[in-house]
Design a protein around this ligand. Structure first.
Ligand SMILES: [Zn+2]
Ligand SMILES: [Zn+2]
Length: 259
C-alpha cells in the first residue's frame, strides 16, 4: 500500500493491528458486488465502442484481469452505442457523441440487495474529440475508472487538485500516472469478493427478472434522471447518484465531469 499523505501512514500504523479492514476497505461502494459461486469469476464487457476506443478497452480489460478474484473478457456488444441499454449479467461499454452533457464518462450499476445484476459504461466523444481530452492518458483513465465502478469500486480519492495517487480510481488534473489500477485497487477487490454466494448474477439471473420494469425503461443520460446525489459534486469533478426503486432495487451512477 502506498500512501502519500503522512497522516494516513500514521493511521495505518495505529489501526492496522486492531482493525485492518477499516482502511483497506475504504473504497468499496457499500459492499455491492456481483454474486458468483467461485473465484476468480469472469465478467463480460460488451464491446459497443468504435476503433479509437478499442485499444483503451483492451488495456482496461487486461489491467483489471490482473486481479486474482476476477477476469474480464471482451465480447460482442449487446446494444447500440447511443442508447447503451444494459444486458443482464454483464457490462455494456459504449462510446458516442452524447452531447454537451457535462460528463466525460459515466458508469451505472443496477443492484438488487447487495448484488450487482448489470452495468453500463459510457464515454462521451463530445469531449474526447476535443484537444483537451483526445489523449491516450485521458481515455485510459476514464475507461479504467468507469469499468472499475462496475465491479463495486468507489474512488480512492476525490480531490481533483491534489497529487495523483497512481490509480485510475483517482480523478486528477494530471491523468498520466493514473491510467491503470494500483495494488490498493486489487486489494480492495479481494476484500469485496472474499465471500462466495450460492447463486450468480453473471447471467440472465432471477434478480434481473424480478427488477421493477421501470428500472429498464429510463433513459439515464442526464443528472435529472440519476436520482439523489450521495457523494461528490459536479464542482468536485466526480459524483455518485442513487435512484431508488424500492425493495432493495437501485441504480447507481458514477460520473466523471469535464473540467
Ligand atoms: Zn454476495
Ligand atoms: Zn468515478
Amino acid at each position: 500500500m502506498l500512501h502519500r499523505r503522512p497522516w494516513v501512514a500514521v493511521l495505518v500504523a495505529v489501526t492496522f493491528a486492531a482493525a485492518p479492514l477499516l482502511l483497506l476497505a475504504n473504497h468499496a461502494w457499500n459492499g455491492y458486488h456481483w454474486a458468483r459461486t467461485s473465484n476468480p469469476f469472469t465478467l463480460k464487457l460488451g464491446d459497443n465502442v468504435t476503433a479509437v476506443w478499442d485499444t483503451h478497452l483492451a488495456t482496461t480489460s487486461s489491467d483489471w484481469s490482473l486481479s486474482d478474484v476476477l477476469d474480464t473478457t471482451i465480447v460482442a456488444g449487446g446494444t447500440r452505442p447511443k442508447s447503451c441499454r444494459p444486458t443482464s449479467g454483464r457490462v455494456e461499454v459504449c462510446n458516442a457523441k452524447y452531447g454537451p452533457t457535462g460528463w466525460l464518462g459515466i458508469a451505472q450499476i443496477w443492484v438488487s440487495g447487495q448484488h450487482i445484476t448489470q452495468g453500463i459504461v459510457k464515454v462521451n466523444d463530445t469531449y474526447f474529440n476535443t484537444a483537451t481530452y483526445n489523449t491516450p492518458a485521458w481515455r485510459n483513465l476514464v475507461m479504467c475508472q468507469e469499468v472499475g465502478h462496475t465491479f463495486g469500486l468507489n474512488h480512492q480519492d476525490e480531490n481533483f487538485n491534489n497529487p495523483p495517487l497512481g490509480t485510475c480510481m483517482d480523478y486528477t488534473s494530471d491523468p498520466t500516472p493514473n491510467q491503470h489500477p494500483n495494488a490498493h485497487d486489487y486489494e480492495q477487490l479481494r476484500l469485496i469478493y472474499s465471500h462466495l454466494d450460492s447463486f450468480t448474477t453473471l447471467d440472465t439471473s432471477a434478480a434481473v427478472a424480478q427488477m421493477p420494469p421501470a428500472m429498464g425503461q429510463i433513459d439515464f443520460d442526464t443528472p435529472a434522471q440519476w436520482g439523489r446525489i450521495v457523494k461528490g459534486s459536479r464542482e468536485a469533478g466526480t459524483s455518485v447518484h442513487e435512484l431508488d426503486f424500492g425493495g432493495g432495487h437501485k441504480v447507481f451512477t458514477f460520473v466523471i465531469w469535464a473540467r
